[in-house]
Design a protein around this ligand. Structure first.
Ligand SMILES: [Zn+2]
Length: 166
């Protein structure tokens, strides 16, 4: 058996193996990139028009968008709700003792959960004429408590994967 062709054949095999490996890595890399690109599109699709959302974070099992909100407070009284002081929220929820929820602009669907520091993880159950842009209005049972909350600028989180319908 001549030695040369066998040597050549072994070198050729190594080259082929290297080329295949590089080829596979390129294909995988492409798949990974495409996947990321798709996810980013998916993720920003709904919120691209919302300039107030400045950060998006995925934490193991919990996906949320966080943004700085202007959080005021209200109660069911006539001072806060004017002619709408009927004990029923815009979502149709009948206000009950111990209720905690938030009024948000209509781009936030009813039932979506917002985590508001110092208040809690609560569903969007109401709207309001002055609740626009980055404004939220947290609900308190008494006017005194609403006044005490005042107006706070807080980093809130829209919990993407948690929803609670009333
Ligand atoms: Zn009030």
């Amino acid at each position: 058996m001549p030695k040369e062709p066998k040597m050549f054949s072994n070198i050729a095999k190594i080259f082929i193996a290297i080329f295949l490996l590089i080829g596979t890595l390129i294909v995988f890399d492409d798949i990974i990139r495409n996947d990321l690109r798709c996810r980013q599109q998916e993720f920003t699709g709904d919120t691209a028009q919302d300039s107030s959302i400045i950060e998006s974070t995925a934490v193991i099992g919990t996906l949320y968008l966080s943004f700085r909100a202007n959080v005021s407070a209200y109660c069911p009284c006539e001072k806060c709700c004017d002619k709408w002081a009927d004990g029923v929220t815009a979502s149709g929820h009948i206000i009950q003792p111990g209720d905690k929820f938030v009024a948000a602009p209509d781009r936030y669907p009813f039932g979506i959960i917002i985590d508001i520091p110092g208040y809690g993880e609560v569903p969007v159950l109401d709207r309001g004429g002055a609740i626009k842009g980055d404004k939220l209005d947290v609900f308190f049972p008494t006017h005194q408590e609403a006044v005490e909350w005042g107006r706070q600028y807080l980093m809130v989180k829209i919990m993407i994967e948690k929803q609670k319908r009333d």
